[in-house]
Design a protein around this ligand. Structure first.
Ligand code: HEM
Length: 510
């Protein structure tokens, strides 16, 4: 009672309550919607561990490397804090890339969430900058040479390029001055990120979350078709994600802490000796491949910038009238999306190779596909499949029934199992009780790990069964898609649209 009164009396608390507890979210969000909260977790962990690292770090060219070793050997739990921070950067990018590709697949980049997407792109840009600055700080060979190579790219700017590079370095080479300003900015930018993430969430809550179907559950005016409160349903689901993520993350921190790092960074920086291959961290490799895909350095830098800018531009090219935004119902778009994912992996692979045949050629072709996907293929496929498959939903209340069916027929895994939402919640809670139980009482580390794996194994078995049920449920989809095709196919003869749809349902829903 006291708690409720307190919330009602204070406007800040009321807003917090509305935005984090009673915020209405679609019922059918799947696991891909967990990556936003995971990214938030990563950001908090990076800031927290970063603050402690800075307490012992010395930004001086003769002491930086040694101060990091001091953290690893002498500072209490210093090894843990440093490994969490270093691996945390890799996992942060992993999570954000999943988050970004989720948005791409399910069409979250277009109306009414274009601001959320655009702020996301700016966040990505600042993340890249922050990670680059941070990588220089341990002052190993890779740190020094990465700093030198990447800052030297600015020298391609005509006339004033070289002067800008000296200005950035604060001298005629990367040195203590550079290290000091890099630390200062590396400390500052995460706070800019926090501000941008808040803005990201404000815009998200303004528009409402999307969902795997890519059809707004606010489709008709401001009326929600099928939504539920964020708490407890998604707080529990997000916590479940956090636990799963922690298992992977802590495995790397505890058992393979240098898996994502480069061994050369354990050699102190030496300006007189260039490493045989200067390679950036894995999360920059696709961009590095785009940079090196053309023989001209200036053009490479321009392409590198465009690789990010294109993420801001392509949503403008996607037809606004399309109201089934996701790829869920678009077989061709799905296929090309996965081609694009493979293409990004290929770019990453090429980025780690030296500049020689056939890597230069592959890098060039992959770069062409990267830009072609955003500028030509994606906008074109949206229009083709929307009208071709009769996916265009005219804004008329008569169709609310269809939308209702759409949204209900793809529930979360547990609702797909046939459980009611309250039952699904109870199952999630019991999972948590088990976790809680083993953490408190299990005496040996081995036993704890075993319990985690057991609980997860049960989870995966349930998932398998749920997917089967879901395919069965897709009959409802089929029925409702047919009805829509019958009524609203705009371009194709009905029999053709029906045939295409039949072929599509030959393949299972992802
Ligand atoms: C520090 C990095 C980031 C954080 C902490 C963050 C956080 C979040 C959170 C908590 C959500 C709501 C939950 C969800 O939908 O997963 C969200 C949604 C979203 N984010 Fe991010 N985000 C980050 C980076 C990005 C980036 C790089 C992009 C894309 C370029 C992006 C685009 C989006 C979009 C489009 C949505 C709405 C999705 C929908 O509801 O359909 N975010 N973000």
């Amino acid at each position: 009672m006291l708690f409720t009164r307190l919330i009602k009396q204070h406007s800040i608390l009321t807003t917090l309550y509305k935005e984090s507890i009673s915020y209405l979210s679609p019922t059918n969000l799947n696991g891909w919607w967990n990556f936003g909260s995971l990214a938030l977790l990563c950001l908090v962990v990076q800031v927290a561990t970063g603050i402690f690292l800075t307490m012992h770090y010395i930004p001086h060219e003769s002491m930086a490397f040694g101060s990091v070793e001091h953290i690893m050997r002498d500072v209490n739990s210093g090894w843990l804090i440093r490994y969490v921070h270093a691996n945390g950067a890799s996992f942060f990018f992993m999570v954000v890339y999943f988050h970004l590709f989720r948005g791409l697949y399910f069409g979250s980049y277009t109306y009414p969430r274009q601001e959320v997407w655009n702020i996301g792109v700016v966040i990505l840009l600042i993340m890249i900058l922050t990670a680059f600055l941070g990588y220089v700080l341990p002052w190993g060979q890779m740190s020094f040479w990465a700093a030198t190579v990447i800052t030297s790219l600015v020298s391609t700017v005509p006339v004033v390029g070289v002067d800008i590079v000296y200005w950035l370095w604060g001298g005629f080479s990367v040195s203590t001055v550079t290290l000091n300003r890099f630390l200062s900015l590396h400390y500052l930018l995460p706070f800019v990120l926090i501000f941008l993430v808040l803005l990201h969430l404000v815009f998200l809550h303004e528009a409402g979350s999307g969902n795997p179907l890519g059809i707004d559950n606010k489709f008709f005016g401001n009326q929600y078709v099928d939504a539920q409160r964020f708490h407890p349903f998604y707080t529990i689901k997000d916590l479940h994600g956090v636990l799963l993520y922690s298992i992977f993350f802590l495995f790397f921190v505890c058992f393979a802490p240098n898996f994502f790092g480069h061994p050369d960074n354990y050699i102190p920086a030496n300006p007189d000796q260039t490493p045989a291959h200067i390679v950036p961290e894995w999360y920059f490799l696709p961009f590095y491949a785009i940079l090196r895909s053309v023989p001209n350095k200036l053009l490479g830098v321009i392409l590198l910038l465009l690789a990010i800018i294109v993420l801001l531009v392509f949503p403008i090219l996607v037809n606004k009238t399309i109201n089934v935004r996701s790829n869920t119902f678009k077989p061709l778009s799905q296929f090309v999306f996965w081609l694009f994912v493979v293409n990004c992996l290929v770019l990453g692979w090429v980025g780690g190779k030296s500049i020689e045949y056939p890597y230069t050629e592959i890098g060039f072709l992959s770069t062409v596909f990267y830009f072609g996907y955003f500028i030509i293929i994606l906008p074109f496929l949206h229009v083709l499949e929307t009208y071709g498959l009769g996916l265009y939903l005219p804004k008329s209340p008569k169709n609310s029934l269809f939308v209702r069916r759409y949204v209900r027929s793809s529930g979360s895994l547990l609702t797909a199992l046939g459980l009611k939402r309250s039952q699904a919640y109870a199952v999630h809670m019991s999972f948590f009780r088990i976790y809680y139980w083993y953490i408190r009482f299990w005496p040996s580390t081995f036993g704890r790990v075993f319990m985690i794996l057991l609980v997860e194994a049960i989870g995966f078995c349930l998932t398998g069964y749920a997917i089967k049920r879901r395919m069965h449920r897709s009959q409802t989809f089929e029925f409702c898609m047919y009805s829509i095709i019958k009524k609203h196919t705009l371009l194709l003869p009905k029999w053709l649209a029906k045939l295409i749809w039949k072929v599509y349902f030959f393949f299972p829903i992802p």
